[in-house]
Design a protein around this ligand. Structure first.
Ligand code: ATP
Ligand code: MG
Length: 415
């Protein structure tokens, strides 16, 4: 990609209303644009990062048997009436009116914009499941969620419209559901590890989804909105909302470690929902003896756009973003300075090797090029100039002295 063609250009100043780091840096770098509070465009650079994130998630979902599909976002009121979630939290513990965007069309018909998809998956199951032989089912999609968030001030960490990967599983028994739940927990841990996060798994309540306990994936981050408690020795952890122990107390699980309190960002949440949805929506299967039984159900969410913001919150400096290589919008930033003779051929060779490269071919000063490269945050920078001859100068975004090496060596270092 030629930087002279990249839309839009970087910005020197962050927007006045921006409070959070991800909001400031992602807008300045040209990754995102705000339409209104909580509503964002993923610009070409931002979309590239989100696609990298999604691909990591997709690989791990497919590895546990997930089948990708795509469900609608416009839902009739009737389906939400079946579980009572159309109603208010004031009347019903799972009432979700407060988070749902509900509206009437010009003919008075009522709809909601999707804030989640349990009811929609249940409808698919009751149309397609007959016997135990049709189970289990594992389906997922990446799509937009709409939630009427009262506070939408932390950049892409909290959108009113945001992206989610949601997986749903249906089973013949609680045992089968819990076995799969544990598999998803492992898959989620792999995903967040691959994304480069320092995270903890914490027990939490189920919000408008379930009265059961759930598990959250929390990235340790001082600017996070959540507070968690975890053991410094074992895998025990709880969200503040259910924690009843003592800070700095002894871990209730291993009895050895100390309880640590930390700020964090919730990037994923898994829910063992049980038969609550199947009973309300009449989703039954026939077991081996022909007996009618309700389907056991789980749902599992990750917010890729929140992940995008979290990556910036945990990895940046005063000059800009520092992308981890696996999610960087480009693998290499090729910076062309005056007098360079080999920029075009370096670009073509890198591309020929299948390496994603952003070529700063603009006619601007070196200072501006380096400042933009620091802001955009691509992990590896290759500089070509009058002085580099037929070689390239390799420099990491964060550290190290520039190194003059051959193009061949830099390709080897990249792959
Ligand atoms: P929170 O407690 O932060 O409001 P939640 O618990 O309501 O989030 P879930 O229903 O568990 O969110 O959604 C699954 C995932 O979707 C979350 O772990 C998060 O990554 C993402 N997510 C949820 N709400 C938002 C939002 N408003 N903006 C961006 N991502 C979100
Ligand atoms: Mg949650």
């Amino acid at each position: 990609m030629l930087q002279s063609k990249l839309f839009p250009k970087t910005k020197r100043e962050a927007p006045k209303e921006a409070e959070s780091i991800n909001h400031k840096l992602l807008v300045r770098g040209g990754f995102i644009d705000q339409l209104m509070a909580g509503s964002w465009t993923l610009l070409p650079l931002g979309w590239r990062v989100v696609q990298k994130i999604n691909q990591i998630i997709r690989e791990e979902m497919d590895a546990i048997g997930g089948q990708e599909m795509l469900m609608p976002l416009l839902h009739p009121r009737s389906i939400w009436g079946e579980t009572g979630r159309w109603g208010s939290a004031k009347d019903n513990p799972l009432g979700a009116q407060e988070v749902m965007y509900q509206f009437k069309d010009i003919r008075g018909k009522e709809y909601a914009l999707s804030f989640t998809h349990e009811e929609i998956v249940m409808d698919l199951l009751r149309k397609n499941i007959k016997s135990y032989q049709d189970l289990p089912v594992y389906v997922y999609h990446f799509s937009t969620k709409f939630r009427n968030e009262p506070r939408a001030r932390s950049g892409v960490l909290r959108g009113r419209e945001f992206m989610m990967k949601d997986l749903y599983s249906a089973h013949v028994s609680e045992k089968d559901m819990m076995e799969y739940y544990e598999k998803v927990k492992v898959a989620y841990a792999k995903i967040f590890k691959r994304l480069g996060f320092n995270f903890r798994i914490t027990e939490a309540s189920g919000g408008v989804f379930t009265t059961n306990r759930t598990h959250e994936f929390q990235v340790l981050c001082d600017t996070g909105e959540d507070t968690i408690f975890y053991c410094d020795k074992c895998d025990w952890g709880e969200n503040k909302e259910i924690f009843q122990g003592k800070e700095k107390g002894v871990c209730p699980k291993c009895k050895k470690g100390k309880i640590v309190k930390a700020k964090s960002i919730e990037v994923g949440n898994i829910f063992p929902l049980g038969t609550w949805y199947a009973e309300r929506m009449r989703v039954y299967y026939a077991d081996k003896n022909g007996m009618k039984k309700p389907v056991w159900f789980g749902s599992y969410g990750i917010g890729p756009t929140r992940v995008l913001g979290t990556l910036v919150e945990v990895s940046h400096d005063e000059k800009g973003i520092i992308w981890f290589p696996q999610v960087a919008p480009f693998a290499v930033h090729l910076i062309e300075l005056p007098g360079a003779k080999n920029a075009k051929s370096v670009y073509d060779i890198l591309k020929g090797e299948g390496i994603d490269v952003l070529w700063d071919d603009r006619e601007v000063g070196a200072g501006e090029k380096f400042a933009d490269a620091d802001l955009i945050g691509i992990p590896v920078r290759l500089v070509v100039s009058r002085e580099t001859g037929d070689k390239v100068e390799w420099k990491n975004r964060t550290s190290g002295k520039p190194e003059l090496i051959s193009l061949e060596d830099s390709i080897n270092k990249l792959s």
